[in-house]
Design a protein around this ligand. Structure first.
Ligand code: ADP
Ligand code: GLC
Length: 488
């Protein structure tokens, strides 16, 4: 099968979060199963290309025309990378916005990207199935099923759409419809209209053939008002076409045996190297070596409301009464950056914080920390807790979405379980959970068991990639060929 991924980010070219990891690893796994896979991305700042395939495609955005180029970059392990190249739109310092907020022309940027994606399919690489991700490529199924519904080349293309995060929907004022060239008849409740605004993600949910999200629990949660962000009704209407498929992990990149970015490699059979990694990590954060004796909690995250760090604000004082150390790496909303900086200042001998994005340091934290904390308010899948399992870094997580699906609570009697979970979104519950983890840490036998249980888990892409293939095939069947004569 020829499978095209259309995504606003993907490694090794661009990344703000887990979507980029998935868009790199899933295509590799599909290629390994014998499929032909390509990825179409916007060409951001610094993305190197090898050739320009089409020097300009004409994209109409309302009454204005834009002329992005279609380029190709080096293939990675058999997966081809193509780009929509329009420097004025994409060659910027960040992907979606800066400190002052989202870029004001995001509707136009990603409408152009989606329209160019269809031109790309017609002219360069026609797939058997299209796999779109999040709001930035949600207009692809909308356009295929509406403005391109009579186009004989692409009208029957099946589309699978993955929701990586319902918290980001691409909602714009009504006038965006005209600016991006969508007709008024799509501004209705059963199409893109959402409380008087245009909602890109809603379009994807309505017009794609199949919907997926990245864990089974999140697939259920998003059908409820608590997690549905206003789209729960739309999702419930399509529940028969919604599947939760857990993200996998690329162990070639994220495992203590293979990791090239950590101080010393190690494995489940011999964890000696983990100590060297802890030492190296403390040095990276300029924390004193005496912390080698303390349990070290790691955090790597976007600092967004989703991630639950307001709970840490609630209990920071009590948390730091425990004999522990913390290293945190993240960037995002200023209030959380401030919070972490303040805690690091107050407890400078035991807390290290780095504000920023740093892949090497993320790997060092996975390897060098004893525990990994993710107190998320909601978490569609979450990758860091899965990485942590493999590194023998015990996850302490809130029981939501993919965190709940991937971590089993450790029981000291049974010695079963891979981490520590709490249910209530509440600082006290988080504190109790950390204390349970600390108690296990003080018992070497229990700690060894929880580490070994986690390291033995296999979240490689094999099973999940096969589930996607099944769905691609279902999506193909769902596109009933048009009756003869309807093409005119
Ligand atoms: P989300 O996509 O919601 O941010 P995930 O857990 O799915 O959460 O994925 C986050 C990915 O981004 C992981 O690969 C993680 O290591 C990486 N990451 C997040 N913040 C940073 C950061 N500040 N520096 C380096 N890597 C980061
Ligand atoms: C999103 C989610 C995260 C998920 C990632 C990849 O950004 O917040 O939970 O792991 O997408 O699917």
């Amino acid at each position: 099968m020829k499978i095209l991924f259309v995504s606003s980010e993907g490694l090794p070219y661009s990344k703000t979060g887990g979507l980029a990891d998935v868009v790199e690893a899933l295509p590799k796994a599909l290629h390994g199963m014998g499929h032909e896979v390509a990825i179409l991305l916007p060409r951001y700042h610094g993305n190197k290309i090898t050739s320009t395939l089409v020097s300009s495609v004409t994209v109409a955005l309302g009454d204005r025309l834009r002329f992005p180029a279609i380029c190709e970059g080096p293939s990675v392990e058999g997966v081809r990378y193509f780009f929509v190249d329009d420097p004025a739109f994409f060659d910027r310092a960040q992907l979606y916005g800066d400190k002052t907020g989202d870029y004001p022309d995001n509707a136009e940027r990603f409408a152009e990207f989606s329209r160019a994606a269809i031109e790309f399919m017609k002219r360069v690489w026609l797939p058997d199935v299209v796999h779109c991700h999040d709001w930035q490529s949600a207009l692809v199924p909308v356009l295929l099923r509406t403005q391109h519904a009579a186009d004989p080349v692409v009208r029957s293309l099946p589309v699978v759409f993955t929701i990586h995060n319902l918290g980001y929907q691409g909602v714009f004022p009504q006038e965006a419809m005209r600016k991006i060239g969508l007709p008024d008849n799509l501004f209705t409740m059963d199409a893109l209209e959402f409380y008087g605004k245009v909602n890109f993600l809603k379009g994807g949910l309505i017009y794609a053939d199949y919907l997926t999200t990245v864990s089974r629990r999140y697939a259920k949660e998003i059908q409820t008002p608590e997690f549905g962000s206003g789209l729960e009704g739309v999702i419930r209407n399509r529940a028969e076409r919604l599947v939760g498929i857990l993200n996998g992990v690329d162990y070639g990149v994220w495992s203590p045996e293979a990791d090239k970015l950590i101080a010393q490699n190690y494995s489940a059979h011999n964890l000696d190297g983990k100590k060297a990694c802890k030492k190296d990590l403390l040095a990276a954060f300029k924390l004193p070596e005496e912390n080698l004796e303390r349990p070290l909690i790691g955090i790597v995250s976007r600092f967004a409301d989703q991630k639950g760090f307001d709970l840490i604000a609630e209990i920071a004082g009590d948390l730091m009464k425990e004999n522990l150390a913390i290293v945190a790496l993240g960037t995002g909303q200023p209030e959380y950056e401030k919070l972490f900086k303040a805690v690091a200042e107050k407890y400078s001998a035991r807390v290290g914080v780095k504000i920023g994005y740093d892949n090497t340091l993320a790997h060092k934290i996975e390897a060098g920390a004893d525990m990994f904390l993710m107190p998320s308010r909601y978490e569609p899948c979450g990758l860091n807790q899965i990485y942590s399992l493999r590194y023998g870094t015990v996850p302490v997580v809130r029981a939501t979405g993919g965190l709940d699906d991937t971590i089993q609570n450790f029981g000291s009697k049974t010695q079963q379980g891979t981490g520590f979970k709490f249910e209530e979104y509440d600082g006290e519950a988080l504190l109790a959970c950390v204390r349970a983890a600390l108690k296990a840490y003080r018992d070497p036998k229990a700690w060894h068991a929880v580490q070994a249980n986690g390291m033995a888990k296999d979240f490689s892409w094999k099973t999940s990639a096969a589930a996607y293939v099944t769905l691609y095939e279902a999506a193909k069947r769902a596109r009933i060929p048009r009756v003869a004569g309807s093409s005119k």
